[in-house]
Design a binder for this molecule. Structure first.
Ligand code: GLN
Length: 442
């Protein structure tokens, strides 16, 4: 724990919002004492981990990397984090990210742009960029990010590690600051599949505090037995690889992976899906609508910062104008626009209809194939500073991740195949199939 704290302290990647030094060292001492006394220890006892700065951990600051919540202290602990604490894991750091999860580069933050673990001139990806960098650098053993539209899978791909977005509802969102509640997923990063499996099992399960949670089966260690994978049918989406937006090298590398599978006797099936632009438009309509609603509570009254004015309404207006970033304001304004009378039928309700079609599409596709493979991103990570100039281009870079979020299906980035990894997706609640196939492909 001490070693990791020291590494985090001296890091120049801007991956840290706050270090939990005192509490972490106190917990580590307790573990030492337990071991000395010969007491039984938990599965994750003493393992140092990181937390994206959007999860409440009682007594720590949870800033969401925003001015608005810069001084906000967590009044309680998120269910997912509490389960890790109960298993003995030690939280050592609250990690930098895009404010409220708004972004794909971890530049929309008051703590400075997060620098990529492999090449610090490039973005770390986002929104869970700090968490990805900490795992990639081995400054945390695992980190808990949040994936609403790709925020764990994309930075995992940009930093060459594993990142899993589980089935929507598998892990409780209680204590995770809401971005888009209908797609927010508690999502871990790790350096290997076995660590992800353990952490996923610990955090999963129904929670009375989150009515969207579902029960799920424990994934046993024998899931990694790759016998049977030879009989799998692997699907891929033609629209993704035929798009003009894909980097030619990513396309060539991805198609080569499919060829290698065929050479091993695995059936590969081409499927049709919605094109990236439709998926991005649908996702951003829904995500902006939900974040506009979720963030309406931040007006300086009950939470976070406040700028006073004699007039109460002015006070709200000034607080929100000054304390939200440009990107967050763009989403709040956009969200209120698509929800407003005269626009909601044509835009918001249309997006909800498309989302139903996406869900049906997956139900159908996963009758025909065991897993769907796709690149994680159409392009390589941009240089720091570039994404901020063109928000629309940044939204389009999410083309391959957001559809799986809308579809509520589990999906995993593995650091193989293309420069930004490969995404493996399976039917709802079928994480086990993903683990098995990932172990085969890796
Ligand atoms: N880049 C996407 C967005 O900005 C996804 C972010 C996320 O998953 N939190 O909405």
């Amino acid at each position: 724990v001490q070693e990791k704290l020291d590494q985090l302290k001296s890091n120049t990647h801007n991956s840290v919002n706050s270090l939990l030094e005192d509490s972490a060292l106190a917990l580590a001492k307790k573990v030492d004492a337990k071991i000395e006394n010969g007491e039984e220890i938990g599965l994750l006892e003493g393992i140092p981990f990181g937390i994206k700065d959007v999860y409440l951990l009682q007594g720590t600051y949870t800033t969401a990397s925003s001015d608005m919540l810069k001084k906000y202290k967590s009044p309680y602990t998120a269910t997912s984090i509490q389960k890790l604490l109960d298993a003995g894991a030690i939280p050592i750091v609250k990690e930098n990210c895009d404010a409220f999860g708004h972004g794909s580069s971890s530049e929309n933050t008051i703590f400075g742009a997060v620098k990529n673990a492999v090449n610090p001139e490039l973005v770390a990806g986002g929104s869970s960029g700090g968490s990805a960098v900490n795992v990639a650098k081995n400054w945390t053993v695992f980190s808990i990010g949040g994936d609403t539209g790709g925020s764990v899978r994309q930075p995992a791909g940009y930093n060459n590690i594993y990142g899993l977005k589980p089935t929507y509802g598998r892990i409780s969102r209680y204590g995770l600051m809401a971005y888009a509640s209908s797609t927010d997923c508690v999502s871990p990063f790790a350096q290997n599949l076995e660590d992800l499996r353990i952490v996923l099992n610990i955090m999963s399960g129904h929670d009375i505090q989150d009515q969207t949670t579902i029960d799920s089966e424990t994934i046993e260690a024998d899931v990694f037995d790759t016998k049977g994978v030879k009989d799998f049918t692997v699907g891929y989406y033609r629209n993704f690889v035929e798009s003009d937006a894909i980097d030619p090298k990513i396309k060539v590398d991805f198609m080569a992976v499919l060829e290698q599978l065929k050479a091993k006797g695995i059936k590969v099936k081409e499927l049709d899906f919605f094109d990236g632009e439709t998926l991005v438009a649908t996702y951003y309509t829904i995500a902006m609508a939900e974040t506009a609603s979720n963030l309406s509570r931040l007006d300086g009254t009950n939470y976070g910062s406040r700028i006073y004015d004699e007039n109460l309404k002015e006070s709200y207006a000034i607080t929100r104008s000054e304390m939200f970033s440009e990107e967050s304001k763009r989403r709040i304004v956009g969200g209120n626009q698509v929800l407003s009378q005269g626009h909601s039928d044509a835009i918001y309700l249309k997006a909800l209809e498309l989302r139903d079609e996406i869900i049906e599409h997956f139900a159908h596709d996963f009758k025909e194939v065991d897993v769907v493979l796709s690149p994680v991103t159409p392009n390589n990570p941009p240089k720091i500073g570039n994404s901020l100039k063109d928000p629309h281009a940044m939204y389009l870079s999410d083309a391959y991740t957001v559809g799986f979020s809308l579809g509520e299906v589990p999906t995993l980035t593995i650091p193989k195949g293309t420069a930004t990894g490969i995404q493996i997706t399976a039917a709802k609640s079928n994480e086990a199939t993903i683990f098995k196939f990932a172990n085969f492909l890796k």
